[in-house]
Write a protein that binds this ligand. Structure first.
Ligand code: PLP
Length: 394
């Protein structure tokens, strides 16, 4: 199979990222000659085990954590589930979970399922967000009660890029002896993180959001935090997660973390400049276009823009004709045309939520690509609005 990468303008990096060439190079030996099992006693496997430990050190360095606090998993979703279920099992007498209305389905659906589990009587408080996607910390504090087992709040939102003050929120939970988990899948590699002095007990990340491959994730567990494995099995990962490690991808993730640590500042200013150029260009050239999410408390690579009175899916199809890749805020994957739960929670009007597009950039984007998108978008929106009964009624 061949995918013509050259032809594509890829602005969907919150969905997944290009595997960095340096990451591919680091992985290759572990897909070919270095195939030993990292747990084997012989040197052939032992060398591979050492490569896993080197990668663990690199992940820990990016997070400001200890290598012993890093557990490799299969994805961000597994890390999220493991953290929340570990806290509930550690404190069986506590029945309450605090989360938000804008979490990724990995946390949202787990919490909803737990709330519905008969016989367990879990209660879930899902914090409302403000119209710019931020949280009211007073309401958060009020939600923390005696039997709260865990708070699970994302570090950065995948749809809007809005950043939550998780450092402060974790400290507030700690004061009440409540464990704190953050889904940092969209934050790691995009903003600096230093966990050693923070009260965050669990953090989830996913390789494919930071130029490593799909199918590898990490759960950070702060030293001293009670823990129960989700996948029981062999003694891999210090007994924290059964299953032979996905060595090549773990090595790739180590290389990606190394790269992110060295390049983050430089890449962030480049990506932010491109994102701002795109955002300002779209908002000024397309009438009835509006930004969803806080203007500054936001990831440098993400912009979520609503084009009122048109359908996100239709916009994406037209963009696709020009090989421009982005995402829409409607839940097309579910087969319904419900606008996203994130935009609904922010109170974005229906006519705007339906026409929202998320552009998420990376260091591989160029100014020429941004200018191409700026040239193509206004006529696409104008053409679709001509067909829209809602636009004509305006
Ligand atoms: N959490 C957030 C915020 C995400 O954006 C994603 C992926 O889109 C996930 C969790 C799930 O990660 P994974 O695809 O590795 O399971």
């Amino acid at each position: 199979m061949h995918c013509d990468e050259e032809k594509v303008i890829y602005m969907d990096n919150n969905a997944t990222t290009k595997v960095a060439p340096e990451v591919v190079d680091a992985m290759m030996p572990f897909l070919t000659e270095c195939y030993g099992n990292p747990s084997s006693m012989h040197n052939f496997g032992g060398q591979v085990g050492e490569a896993v430990e080197t990668a663990r050190g690199k992940v820990a360095a990016l997070l400001g954590a200890e290598p012993s606090e890093i557990t490799f998993t299969s994805c961000g979703t597994e890390s999220d589930s493991t953290a929340i279920l570990a806290a509930l099992q550690a404190f069986p007498e506590k029945r309450h979970i605090v989360t938000t209305r804008v979490e990724h389905p990995a946390v949202k659906n787990l919490c909803e399922n737990l709330g519905r589990l008969t016989g367990h009587h879990y209660r879930v408080t899902r914090l409302q967000v403000e119209s710019d996607g931020t949280l009211d910390l007073q309401k958060y504090e009020e939600a923390l009660v005696d039997d709260t087992a865990i708070v699970s709040v994302m570090w950065a939102n995948n749809e809007t890029g809005v950043i939550f003050p998780v450092e402060q929120m974790a400290a507030m939970a700690k004061k009440q002896d409540i464990l704190f988990h953050t889904d940092a899948v969209q934050a790691v590699g995009k903003i600096p993180i230093s966990l050693s002095d923070l009260d965050i007990n669990f953090l989830s990340l996913s390789g494919h959001k930071l130029h490593a491959p799909k199918g590898v994730g990490v759960l950070y567990v702060k030293r001293g935090t009670p823990f129960v494995p989700f996948l029981a099995g062999g003694h891999q990962e210090g007994g924290r997660r059964g299953g032979t490690e996905n060595v090549a991808s773990i090595v790739g993730l180590g290389a990606a973390c190394d790269l992110a640590g060295r390049m983050m500042d430089e890449e962030n200013s480049k990506v932010r400049r491109l994102r701002d150029r795109l955002e300002e260009g779209l908002l000024s050239s397309v009438p009835n276009a509006m930004l969803n999410g806080h203007k500054t408390d936001r990831l440098p690579n993400t912009t979520n823009i609503s084009f009122e009175f048109v359908e996100g899916e239709a916009i994406l199809l037209h963009m696709n004709l020009h090989n421009i890749c982005a995402s829409s805020g409607s839940a097309c994957t579910s087969g319904s045309l419900e606008p996203s739960h994130v935009l609904r929670a922010m109170g974005v009007p229906f006519t705007a939520a339906h026409g929202s597009i998320r552009f998420s950039l990376s260091t591989y984007n160029t100014e020429a690509e941004v200018d191409f998108v700026l040239e193509k978008m206004p006529p696409i929106i104008a053409e679709l609005r001509e067909l829209s009964p809602f636009w004509k009624a305006e």
